[in-house]
Design a protein around this ligand. Structure first.
Ligand SMILES: [Zn+2]
Length: 501
C-alpha cells in the first residue's frame, strides 16, 4: 500500500518538476529511490533496532570486500573461492541460519574429499581406468566383471601399496569434481563443461550406489548442510538401484526406506534439524513412453512414501534433452488418474533464447510446477514472469552453478539480479556444491548478497530469502508455521550474538 502511495507521489513530483521548472527535483529523486528499495527482495521487511545495527555493520563489511582489488563475484568461482573464504561477510553468512536448501542433487551434496578419504578406503573397493583417462569404482566380494572401455578391475587396497597414495587420491579428486586452477582453459564452452560435469557423476556412481555408502552419503550430506546452518533439505534424487557386495540389486522402495531411516537417525542426533524430502528425478533424455512409466512410478512412490516423497522433476542439460512440452502427455497423467504429484521443474537453465527449451519456463507454469529450478531465462519472458508472480511460484537461484556451467561469467550480470530488484519470489540454493568445490549454501548466499544484490541488498534481503526457503518448501502448512517460528528464534540469536563481536 505504502509503495503505491509513494509511486503516486513520485509521479506527481515528476510531473510537477518537468512542468514547473524543467529541473530535476531532489525530493522526487529520493522518493523514486525509496520506491525502488521497497520493491526489491526484503523491501517490505521491517528490521528491529538490533537488526538495524547489524545491518549497518554488514554494510561496512560489504564496502570493505568491494574495495578489495578483486571482487569475488566478478571472477570465476574457482578463482574466487579462496577470496570468499577470507571475507568477514562470508563468515557471517556461514553463521546465519539459512532455513532450507531446496535445490540440491543427491550425488552433488558431499565434498569429494569425503568420498576419496572415507569411501574409497573401505574394504572391497575396486577401480578401473577408462580409455579417456577417467575412472570407475565398484565394491565387490570377488573380482568384478570387465567393463567396456575400461582396464581390468584392481583392488584399490593393493594398488595403493604399489603407487604413490597421495598422487592417486588427488587424481580421484580431480575426476570427481570440476574444480581446476584455470577453468577458462579447461572449460572453454558449455558443451565441454557439461561433458565433464556428467562424467564426474559417472565416476561417483559406483561409490554412491553401493548400499551402505548410499546411506552414509546421505547422512554426511545432511551433516554438511546442517553444519552450514541449514535446517531442512529437499533433494532431487535419481534413486538409482543400489547394490550389495554380492551384486544383488535393491529396489527404489529400498532407497526411499533408506532415506527415511537416515533422516530419522540424523534427526535423533541433531534434534533441531527439521528433515529432508525427496524429489524423484529422471533424465530428460527419456522418450515419451519411458517418461509415462517414470511418472507412474513417481505416483506410486508418492502414494507409498507420502512423508518423504515431495514430487517429481527432470534432470540433465536442458539444451540437450527434450523440452517439457514434449512430456506433456506423461505429466498430465496424475490429473487424469485423479492423484496429485507436485512438480519442481528445472526450467530456463539456458541462454538459447527463442528455442523450444527456452519455452520451458512457460511450460513449467502451464504444467503447474511448484517452483522453477534456475529460471535463468525468466527475465526474457515478461509475461511468464508476471504469471509466476501471480501464481507465487518462486525461482530457485543457484548462481555458482550457473557460472561454473558457463551461463554467466560475472555474477553481477546474473539475471537473478533483476529479479531481486523487482522482488520476484525466489530462494537461493547450491545445486551440486560438491562438484563446484563449495559446501552447503553459504558460498551461494555470498554471491547473491554481494554480486547479484550489490550495495542495495541488506539484512532485510537476507531475512526474506531465508524465510522464503521455508515458505516455498513442500512442508505442510503446520510444519511451515512451526519451522518459521523456530527459525526466527535462531535468527534473533544470530543477530544478538553477531553484535557482541
Ligand atoms: Zn539442478
Amino acid at each position: 500500500m505504502r509503495s503505491k502511495q509513494l509511486l503516486f507521489i513520485c509521479e506527481w513530483l515528476l510531473w510537477c518538476s518537468l512542468r514547473c521548472n524543467g529541473r530535476p527535483d531532489p525530493r522526487q529523486r529520493e522518493a523514486l529511490m525509496e520506491t525502488e528499495m521497497l520493491r526489491q527482495t526484503g523491501g517490505h521487511v521491517v528490521l528491529s533496532a538490533q537488526e538495524k545495527l547489524l545491518d549497518e555493520k554488514l554494510h561496512q563489511m560489504k564496502l570493505q570486500d568491494m574495495a578489495a582489488p578483486t571482487f569475488p563475484p566478478a571472477v570465476h568461482f574457482f578463482k574466487a573461492r579462496s577470496l570468499i573464504e577470507r571475507s568477514p561477510v562470508f563468515s557471517l553468512l556461514q553463521k546465519m541460519p539459512k532455513g532450507a536448501a531446496l535445490h540440491v542433487h543427491d550425488f552433488g551434496m558431499v565434498g569429494v574429499d569425503w568420498l576419496v578419504n572415507n569411501v574409497t578406503y573401505r574394504e572391497n573397493c575396486y577401480v578401473c581406468f577408462t580409455h579417456d583417462y577417467s575412472v570407475r569404482f565398484v565394491f565387490s566380494a570377488g573380482q568384478p566383471e570387465l567393463q567396456p572401455r575400461c582396464s581390468e578391475w584392481v583392488l584399490l587396497k593393493t594398488l595403493r601399496q604399489k603407487l604413490n597414495r597421495t598422487e592417486l587420491d588427488n587424481s580421484f579428486v580431480r575426476n570427481l569434481t570440476l574444480f581446476t586452477e584455470d577453468p577458462d582453459k579447461a572449460y572453454p564452452n558449455q558443451d565441454v563443461v557439461w561433458k565433464r560435469f556428467e562424467e564426474a557423476f559417472f565416476v561417483a556412481f559406483g561409490l554412491v550406489t553401493y548400499a551402505p555408502v548410499f546411506k552414509d552419503y546421505l547422512y554426511e550430506g545432511l551433516r554438511q548442510f546442517y553444519m552450514d546452518n541449514v535446517l531442512y533439505v529437499e533433494i532431487r534424487a535419481l534413486l538409482p538401484l543400489t547394490y550389495e557386495l554380492d551384486a544383488r540389486r535393491n529396489s527404489k522402495d529400498w532407497s526411499l526406506r533408506a532415506c527415511r531411516e537416515v533422516v530419522q537417525r540424523f534427526k535423533a542426533h541433531y534434534p533441531e534439524f527439521i528433515g529432508a524430502r525427496i524429489i524423484f528425478t529422471v533424465h530428460r533424455g527419456l522418450n515419451l513412453t519411458e517418461a509415462m512409466k517414470a511418472v507412474e512410478e513417481a505416483m506410486t512412490l508418492k502414494k507409498n512414501f507420502p512423508d518423504i516423497m515431495a514430487g517429481f522433476d527432470f534432470v540433465g542439460r536442458e539444451d540437450s534433452g527434450q523440452p517439457l512440452w514434449y512430456f506433456r502427455e506423461a505429466l498430465t497423467l496424475p490429473e487424469v488418474k485423479g492423484t496429485h504429484l507436485p512438480y519442481f521443474f528445472h526450467a530456463g537453465e539456458t541462454d538459447s533464447e527463442g528455442t523450444e527449451v527456452d519455452q520451458n519456463v512457460m511450460d513449467a507454469l502451464l504444467l503447474n510446477t511448484s517452483r522453477i529450478g534456475h529460471g535463468f531465462a525468466m527475465v526474457r519472458h515478461p509475461v511468464v514472469k508476471e504469471l509466476a508472480r501471480k501464481m507465487d511460484v518462486p525461482v530457485e537461484v543457484c548462481p555458482i552453478s550457473n557460472q561454473v556451467l558457463r551461463l554467466v561469467s560475472d555474477l553481477r550480470n546474473h539475471p537473478g539480479a533483476v529479479l531481486m530488484a523487482e522482488g520476484h519470489p525466489m530462494v537461493i540454493s547450491s545445486d551440486d556444491p560438491a562438484l563446484f568445490g563449495a559446501v552447503g549454501l553459504s558460498y551461494d548466499f555470498y554471491q547473491v548478497f554481494m554480486g547479484l544484490g550489490g550495495l542495495k541488498s541488506n539484512l532485510a534481503t537476507l531475512k526474506e530469502l531465508v524465510l522464503n526457503s521455508i515458505r516455498y518448501s513442500s512442508l505442510s502448512s503446520t510444519m511451515k508455521k512451526n519451522t518459521t517460528a523456530a527459525l526466527l528464534v535462531k535468527w534473533d540469536k544470530f543477530v544478538s550474538d553477531t553484535l557482541l563481536y
